[in-house]
Write a protein that binds this ligand. Sequence first.
Ligand code: NAG
Ligand code: NAG
Ligand code: NAG
Ligand code: NAG
Ligand code: NAG
Length: 565
Amino acid sequence: MDSSDQRRKRKRSLKPTHHFFSLRSLLYFFSFFAFFFILFRRNTPSFHHLVVLPGSSTSSSIHRLFSGELTRFKIDDRVLFPDHILILLSGIGIGSWNLVGNGKGLECIYRNNYTEEEEEKGVAVLSVDEYNDIQWLVRCPLRPTNFSSVVTLRSRGAITVADTTVVAMNSWENLAYEAVLDGNTAVVFVKGISHRQDKASDPNRFRCHFGFGNQNYILASKALTAAQEVVRCALPKSLEIHPEKSQGIRATVSFQLPMRNHHHRTIFVPSVAKLSSSKFEKNTPKHDLCVCTMLWNQADSIREWITYHSWLGVQKWFIYDNNSDDGIESVINKLDLEGFNVSRHVWPWIKTQEAGFSHCAIKAKNECNWVSFMDVDEFYYFPNLPGHGALRTLVSNYTSSPSIGELRTRCHSFGPSGLRSPPKNGVTVGYTCRLQRPERHKSIVRPEVLDTTLMNVVHHFHLREGFSFLDVGQNTAVINHYKYQVWEVFRAKFYRRVATYVADWKDSQNEGSRDRAPGLGTEPIEPADWRLRFCEVWDTGLRDVVLANLDNVLSRGRYLGGIDI
Ligand SMILES: *[C@@H]1O[C@H](CO)[C@@H](O)[C@H](O)[C@H]1NC(C)=O
Ligand SMILES: *[C@@H]1O[C@H](CO)[C@@H](O)[C@H](O)[C@H]1NC(C)=O
Ligand SMILES: *[C@@H]1O[C@H](CO)[C@@H](O)[C@H](O)[C@H]1NC(C)=O
Ligand SMILES: *[C@@H]1O[C@H](CO)[C@@H](O)[C@H](O)[C@H]1NC(C)=O
Ligand SMILES: *[C@@H]1O[C@H](CO)[C@@H](O)[C@H](O)[C@H]1NC(C)=O
């Protein structure tokens, strides 16, 4: 919408209220215009903080560096994690960064202010990642001894681009880190507000704020729900009328801290969270079935998992990537180009799996009738039905149900099945021996009927009142969970687990957890009989289905020409 459109619209929407000159409406008028004044000014970003250091740096050399498009960047925010510093960057034409190798060659700059003359130290960045349409993520190592904590960025070589604004270093312990529009509400993800597992908090303890920076919140609204560090906020009127203008607006919450003499102090939680909304066209029909998953370094297994489940009827994939470095991005891009509708979302926030699932549920809500929350080593299997489209048919059957909001399926845990090395033809064909009794279950939910708090525990969401779950019988469907794979895979997976509920598989505190391999100590040493463990019944059901129907999927990375998907 151009600004003349905007003005016309604004006129129209204001007309009816002309007759009411209450103080309230005057205030409303004022904040409304103030807000749009700022919004329109914002359309021409100013990069006056950007400094091109002397030397060979001229704007034309920057031009060359960034392959034809003038790219300038600005550090928006910094977050201090226990083992690295996360930098959020925005800039003009920042999308062209991939042309220069995803910013490889960038250095994190630390300054030494302990010595007389200022000394600088450059250390290669840990990673650069595309974050959203407007920002990039750069990870820097913690500051070296005797150096100040970053940090600016500079590209290696002749050209130096630096940002001299020192934005506050945010602590990860206390931070609003994501914000997303959901209908006429905004959902803000906040670390460090009281967190009770599986219990809602009183939303009246919080207030929501919107604006352009941590000292610049110009709009406020009511908190509607608060649970698990997720606060749902009413949208201020001006944003409700023009949701497209909310993109990039910073959001946070405040709360009252009791002081002496019945006084309270208002505490604003620092924020790096900028509102985003899904760009989905309202008129497009929804997919019947989508999948949300969170993963780390599973480039090798994702193709088998996605092609198989697409054959079962999954139409769209939201992959939340926790800092993978195994080239999964290119595997995902390739699958997407092949028509599988796969998108990757960088999720750099540590130990926030529940929040990530809530975030994904909101993203999927506009596009999907049903969403499955599952892991890359889990495969639905229909023992008594032709598999093609079966999962989609199953869920479609309940899409207009007045009471069913979740379908639960039991999981069978498979063992190493005698193998010593990862199966060449994929897990569904390679692993065929499992424990007899099913363990746990996984859910497919209707995002429309989730509880507004978005509360969820280990893959299970609370449903809105009046809705409940249905157990899918084991004769209809089960999930083959390739949980205990050959040692090298198992070890890697449990060493760096994406889930929150097991901090570290070596951590003896969690020894009793059901997620630990029974009988395995806390040492990362292969038990002598590992390959024979967890094997009570041979089960070649899914293997046979895959070999009969998807044989040409099996050689990894090959394009699946023959399958009708
Ligand atoms: C170094 O700089 C930081 C931030 O600018 C400051 O907080 C600190 O006190 C300084 N240290 C010394 C020794 O001057
Ligand atoms: C840090 O500074 C102190 C005091 O100047 C010095 O004694 C120490 O060796 C320095 N450490 C390193 C790692 O440079
Ligand atoms: C991908 O999405 C489009 C519509 O958005 C749909 O027509 C197509 O069938 C989907 N692909 C798969 C494999 O389901
Ligand atoms: C991502 O991986 C790190 C380990 O590097 C882990 O600490 C963190 O909890 C993971 N993120 C999520 C959302 O689980
Ligand atoms: C669909 O649901 C109805 C009842 O709601 C049931 O009778 C029927 O068997 C279901 N079909 C499938 C394929 O699950």
